[in-house]
Design a binder for this molecule. Sequence first.
Ligand code: GLY
Ligand code: MN
Ligand code: MN
Length: 445
Amino acid sequence: MPLTPAFEASVYKTRRDEVLRRMREMTSGPAIAIFPAMPVATRNSDVEHPYRAHSDLYWLTGFEEPEAVAVLSTQGDKPFTLFVRPRDKEKEIWTGRRAGTEGAVKNFGADQAFEIGKLGDELPRLVGSARTLFYRVGGDDPEFDSRVAKLLHALRARARAGVNAPPRIEDPGQIVHELRLRKEPRELDALRKAVQLTRKGHLACMKACRPGMHEYDLHALLERDFREGGGRGWGYYPIVAAGENATVLHYNDNCMPIRDGDLVLIDAGAEYDLYTGDVTRTFPASGRFSAVQRACYQLVLDAADACIAATRPGETIEGLHEKAVRILTEGMVKLGLLKGEADQLIKENTFRRYYMHRTSHWLGLDVHDVGSYSIDGKPRPLEAGMVFTIEPGLYIASDEENAPKELRGIGIRIEDDILVTNSGHENLTVSIPRSVKDVEAACTR
Ligand code: GLY
Ligand code: MN
Ligand code: MN
């Protein structure tokens, strides 16, 4: 794990100061916030999954080691406490260098640092002095939830001795996720680097694909290009789906043969400094779309283009979804997939037979990034600095008896990463071929 943060330490301090400012604004009396690391996940036997930091902790500290806990406190002269794994010569021989408490202070800007083994001693003191505890119950670590619950129980049990448990518990996501939703210029730089690597991988697949290859051959190219140039690898497990596999939304076996006449759907994004791209392209294995494939592809592209063109501050993700649904539904009727009036087919959700997911989600450190989608029960207006996907699709199951035979087994998604700007939008992934002509040219051998 890196012994220094990706950005200069002052970046994280500015973020923490803003979080603390908002904590004070929301509360009266002392408040603390606890951000635990992501737990290590076992893959099988004594093999672990590669470790990936928790995005909230990473955004606040730049710290990537497991078994860490960050605590922010609105009181006293040490607002930022970091609990970390101890330096350990023996363990570091096996699993690599650790920052230790010294590195936590020197490189990561902690006002004080403790070894993680001291958490049981220090946390009651920190939590016991607060009126409000910011902790995301039901987050990513149920064991830590139970640790916090036990701690609160222990504090309450000592009420007669004058010990307090904070009477108020708040979700720190209200603050941190709102801040993460609006990307800083340096975060956009990282996202652009993720997109560059993502582009390389998608282009390599379009160029290399031949009928007779397997999905895993293309997956292998993605793995290479997502690492080369300093990428961390993929930000989510890639989908490489040929033929009817493309109609399975979360297909990721990536092991089947690619046949002549198949469309290949690849949904894959590289991760750079823990920021991820999220891009889907669909291309013909043979290099040329058939007439029906082209008609379906153009419909999805029209929906994507209309949504992208409409993106500007004040527009909503809900509004864009409705736009995509209308265009796709009208197109489904034209293609003979549905019969009836678009209004009715939309009202009755009939379009979901072929378009069953939402059109957009926030994007950033997490592929389905944080931030609420509504405010006071209403769709949230987009603002400059937000990044989200536009990803309409059309999925016609191979056993869908309502569909014309020649359309069965076609799965198409086109997914781009869109930055909202003051004047409208920027499609960060526009240079990854999208039009029929550009896709076919990228597939040219
Ligand atoms: N790759 C996940 C998604 O498109 O939402
Ligand atoms: Mn997506
Ligand atoms: Mn995707």
